[in-house]
Design a protein around this ligand. Structure first.
Ligand code: KIV
Ligand code: ZN
Length: 513
């Protein structure tokens, strides 16, 4: 029996971006979008075009670049929002406008201050405006999880008649329970007279840790689109995690009558990319993409796995893209081997100059670190892209740090600011603190450091450290990324990368709805 298709709708770059501090630039969105396309995500929600000019441009760029996935933008149910969204996505091979309005009594009364009948009319108008741009229109009943069933049936029937082709039922505040949410989807499909004219979708938040369970209950009751994010990123406690939904459906085919089209081997690279760009580290015990997700510590488990993998493993690590630190290249590898491996990893560089610059970095790294793994290459390309695409104003030219027991750590740096090289020296509570102070003595950004985190890219003391720095200034929050075998250098690079983003005007000013 052929199974139905479950549409995977990724909203990492829209709902995920609404996590405080996860704001992305246009170029970061393009990198994530390319990875989502490689993973064969069906629909990519690239942003909220009316939120800022930066996000409009980002959605437009994603629409112009991505060929194989549908590109969607979000719009409130107002004419200005819908038209801005329609303009942003209209260049896509397959564009979608996603419009929403709240339907729960509390939201209609306290937030919208509208009567239910006015909400219905506004929703219908919004869908009709959206249809002027594309016949692929999604409507969301915000806070559907706390909405009245009869009212939901009325409004959803009207928006389907007005031309909505996907109906999304969000559990906006993460309040529902799997059994109830599954029943809600079943009831809506049974009671809305024209329900067969639309695809039913769900969008669950994780406030009670139930986003994935609720989404899967909905799928068992006929939902054929799930909205989710890489690493479960999203407002507050996040959204349903894409990797968990996809792997649950794949692993438990005995329980689901649908399949996804996702290339699961692209899951771990996608997780790494999103966590690197946003600075949201993945907890080690996170399902599928956590560092320990496939590690067997207890002797009895190890013994069982050695005898037969399926004693304790329900999925194979390689099927989700863990390639166990595969040694790929070394100091003597040439440009062709480097390029071929990047192609195998699905990484395309935009030009010959970009390839040359990346190859030079690779050689520099190979001088310091003899074994270069896939993960090192991915970090090197991320860093390269972060530096070159943002049109850098600041460059770290050199850094010397000194720390010794019983002395105060110091760092001396040379920084190029707008093409002018300047030296500085500072003391700090540690070499990283000293390096940041030295940089700050030149830049005087006055930015507040919100987050500093270090992760090893591969295992072993010769591994590269990947550092994320999050800075905030005048309401803008940016993340900088740096990688190096020396974590003080990686930290300084990450700090400089964040300063470059503050300096550039590409960031979204206010990503929140
Ligand atoms: O959580 C929510 O309700 C949303 C909608 C806009 C789909 O993000
Ligand atoms: Zn949401």
């Amino acid at each position: 029996m052929t199974k139905e298709k479950l549409i995977i709708f990724d909203t990492t770059m829209r709902d995920g971006e609404q996590s405080p501090g996860a704001s992305m630039t246009r170029d970061e969105k393009l990198r994530i979008a390319r990875q989502l396309e490689r993973m064969r995500v069906d629909v990519i929600e690239a942003g909220f075009p009316a939120a800022s000019d930066g996000d409009f441009e980002a959605v437009k760029a994603v629409a112009a670049t991505i060929k194989d996935s549908t590109i969607c933008g979000l719009a409130r149910a107002s004419e200005a929002d819908v038209r801005r969204c329609g303009e942003a996505v209209k260049g896509a091979n397959s564009p979608r406008v996603h419009t929403f309005i709240a339907t729960s009594p509390i939201h209609m009364e306290k937030k919208l201050r509208m009567e239910p009948s006015q909400v219905i009319e506004q929703a219908v108008r919004a869908v009709k405006w959206a249809r002027e741009y594309t016949d692929n229109v999604e409507f969301s009943a915000e806070d559907a999880g706390r909405s009245d069933l009869d009212f939901l049936c009325r409004i959803l029937e009207r928006v389907i008649s007005a031309g909505a082709t996907t109906i999304n039922v969000p559990d906006t505040v993460g309040y529902t329970l799997p059994e109830h949410f599954g029943a809600l989807i079943r009831n809506l499909r049974e009671r809305v007279p024209n329900s067969d004219k639309a695809i039913w979708s769900v969008h669950c938040h994780n406030d009670l840790g139930l986003a994935v369970a609720n989404s899967l209950a909905a799928v068992m009751n006929g939902a054929r689109q799930v909205e989710c994010t890489i690493n479960g990123l999203g407002e507050r406690a996040g959204n349903a995690s894409l990797e968990e939904i996809v792997m649950a459906v794949r692993t438990r085919q005995d329980a689901f009558s649908c399949v996804t089209n996702i290339d699961t081997t692209q899951i771990v690279p996608a997780s790494r990319l999103v966590s690197g760009i946003t600075g949201f580290a993945v907890q080690p015990n996170k399902a599928i993409v956590g560092a320990n997700a496939f590690a067997h510590e207890a002797g009895i488990h190890q013994d069982g796995v050695l005898k037969s993998r399926d004693t304790y493993e329900i999925m194979r690590a390689e099927d989700v893209g863990w390639n166990a630190n595969k040694l790929v290249l070394g100091k003597h590898s040439g440009r062709n081997a480097f390029k071929a491996r990047l192609t195998e990893l699905g990484i395309e560089l935009p030009s010959d100059e970009a390839l040359q610059a990346a190859f030079k970095r690779f050689k520099d790294l190979a001088d310091k670190k003899h074994e270069i793994f896939d993960e090192d290459l991915q970090a090197l390309i991320s860093e390269e892209a972060a530096e070159t695409l943002d049109g850098d104003y600041y460059h770290l030219i050199s850094l010397a740090a000194h720390s010794e027991t019983g002395t105060v750590p110091t760092a001396s740096i040379v920084l190029s600011a707008g093409g002018k090289e300047q030296p500085a020296r500072a003391q700090g509570s540690g070499p990283v603190d000293a390096a940041f102070k030295a940089i700050e003595s030149i830049v005087a950004s006055g930015a507040e450091l919100l987050l500093y985190s270090v992760n090893n890219i591969t295992s072993g003391t010769d591994s590269q450290g990947e550092v994320t720095v999050r800075l905030s200034k005048s309401g803008r929050i940016v993340n900088g990324l740096g990688a190096d075998t020396d974590i003080v250098v990686a930290s300084a690079k990450a700090y400089v990368s964040a300063l470059n983003k503050l300096h550039s005007k590409l960031e979204r000013v206010n990503p929140q709805l």
